[in-house]
Design a protein around this ligand. Structure first.
Ligand SMILES: [Zn+2]
Length: 114
């Protein structure tokens, strides 16, 4: 995946994360703290505690969605983003653009759901 695409999907994932944050934050302060919080950034105990507390309100689908965004961002950082976890081939861009957190190509996804 080339640099432009990595940037594109980094942006899409950030937007997906921001969307979830807007759903879960109850005050502007909470939202500002969430948005300034970068996963994995060291040395910000107070912010981390607040972020953890706010994010603990997420449940079900939303919690799963955030976990998937975390995982996709980790794959992007590791250079494995966009590669199917089932068969190891590149996931088509149209699928990734529709669902940036996709872990597998459509055939593998269907196979897994069967
Ligand atoms: Zn596959």
């Amino acid at each position: 995946m080339n640099r432009d695409l990595v940037d594109e999907f980094a942006q899409r994932l950030r937007e997906a994360r921001a969307e979830l944050y807007r759903t879960v934050a109850q005050t502007d302060d909470e939202l500002a703290t969430l948005e300034s919080h970068q996963p994995g950034a060291p040395g910000e105990d107070v912010a981390t505690a607040l972020v953890t507390a706010v994010l603990s309100r997420l449940e079900g689908q939303e919690k799963h969605a955030l976990d998937e965004i975390d995982a996709a961002q980790a794959r992007l950082a590791a250079g494995t983003f966009g590669v199917c976890e089932g068969c190891g081939t590149p996931i088509p861009l149209t699928r990734l653009r529709a669902m940036p957190t996709a872990r597998s190509c459509v055939p593998c996804q269907l196979e897994r759901e069967r």
